[in-house]
Design a protein around this ligand. Structure first.
Ligand code: GDP
Ligand code: MG
Length: 367
């Protein structure tokens, strides 16, 4: 019998050149006595790394309580266009209590860390410096979980807009708690309560209205409310997040930004998830590899090591990784190169398969 007939008996109407979804292929395979295995790129990469003796999940699971140390929360700023995300990130940058009079962070490396005085303790907070949920989504698509808390910026003179809703949907889908920054409260006609009201429809209910979301009125333009906003971030982190990591092992993390620099070659800003990254380490980030020649912080100061949630600019990669690519420290240069090369081969194969993604019954018959 032809496959079309088999499918017909299974209750699927199909023509010989039609493409089928994964479920149908599985049913068809089962009917004909084949086991169909659809492998995700993540699973494939996991297997690839296991071939080098690296099982990152098992490694995390094996960590004991005593090995874990507190780390900074990692924050992404999201919201509708022109509601003030870039301005807010600028104001926060200037609020670093350590840099103080120096005028704040001047280097844009894709992420930065500020220190904030909270309840008499100076604590670090890390910000992803590419505002908007595009970056957030792109990173999530690569399986990177780099955000602990989302700041949702809503302009008080404009209210909840389509991208506001998109942003909060993304955060809620990823289970990332939201702090709402009602911005532009300096403007005439600004109505923060209207925003509070609007957001109740999306399950964001402010604490003073009996909910559990922190709302803060700010003016990114005037630098007003920034301390309160940073307090809210830390309170939100302390209320429900277990932000700890083991700093005493080879670093694993994510590249959040990367580009080709005329003088320095491929540069990547990385965020360490666990372990400590050091100058001299052999690393692989996506399909890029190399040895860390030098690292710099957001003040362009050279640093020797980066602990969890500490963003650093890394120099020494042979090529530019993608934003959201994970990175790991490998045993040596050779291992790093081999992992990168295997990934590259896997990527090429996936590209080829994608071009022929729509497998038709004809293909199936030939196989
Ligand atoms: P983004 O598109 O969300 O990054 O928005 P921007 O940060 O670029 O801000 C858009 C515009 O709003 C700019 O002209 C800012 O100067 C202005 N803006 C941002 N924050 C405030 C604020 O707190 N008050 C006022 N009055 N204007 C602001
Ligand atoms: Mg902007």
């Amino acid at each position: 019998a032809s496959l079309v007939t088999v499918l017909f008996h299974l209750g699927e109407m199909a023509t010989a050149t039609q493409s089928l979804d994964e479920d149908t292929f599985e049913t068809l395979g089962a009917e004909l006595g084949y086991k169909i295995q659809i492998v995700s790129p993540e699973d494939e990469d996991k297997e690839l790394l296991e071939g080098f003796g690296l099982d990152l999940e098992a490694e995390l699971e094996a960590e004991t309580d005593e090995e874990l140390e507190p780390r900074a929360p990692i924050v992404t700023v999201m919201g509708h266009v022109d509601h003030g995300k870039t301005r807010l990130l600028d104001s926060i940058r200037k609020a670093d209590v350590i840099s103080g009079e120096a005028g704040g962070i001047t280097q844009h490396i894709g992420a930065y860390q500020v220190r904030h005085d909270h309840d008499g303790v100076t604590r670090p907070i890390t910000f992803i410096d590419t505002p908007g949920h595009e970056a957030f989504t792109a990173m999530r698509a690569r399986g990177a979980q780099v955000t602990d808390i989302a700041i949702l910026v809503v302009a008080a003179d404009d209210g909840v807009m389509p991208q506001t809703v998109e942003a909060l949907n993304h955060a809620q889908a990823a289970n990332v708690p939201i702090v709402v920054a009602i911005n532009k409260v300096d403007k005439e006609g600004a109505n923060p309560d209207k925003i509070r009201q609007q957001l109740t429809e999306y399950n964001l209910v402010s604490e003073d209205w009996g909910g559990d979301t922190m709302f803060v009125n700010v003016s990114a333009l005037q630098g007003m409310g920034i301390d309160e906003l940073l307090d809210a971030v830390l309170l939100t982190a302390d209320a429900g997040l277990d932000l700890r990591a083991n700093p005493n092992k080879d670093a694993r993390g994510v590249a959040v930004e990367a580009h080709l620099d005329k003088g320095r070659g491929a540069v990547a800003t990385v965020l360490v998830n666990s372990g400590t990254l050091r100058v001299g380490d052999s690393i692989v980030a996506g399909t890029a590899y190399g040895r860390v020649r030098a690292m710099f912080d957001e003040y362009d100061n050279p640093v020797e090591e980066a602990t969890p949630a500490r963003p650093v600019l890394v120099i020494g990669l042979t090529s530019v990784p993608g934003a959201g690519d994970s990175f790991i420290v490998a045993e040596d240069d050779r291992t790093a190169r081999q992992i990168a090369e295997k990934r590259e081969a896997a990527e090429r194969a996936a590209q080829l398969a994608k071009r022929r993604k729509r497998i038709s019954l004809e293909d199936f018959n030939k196989a």
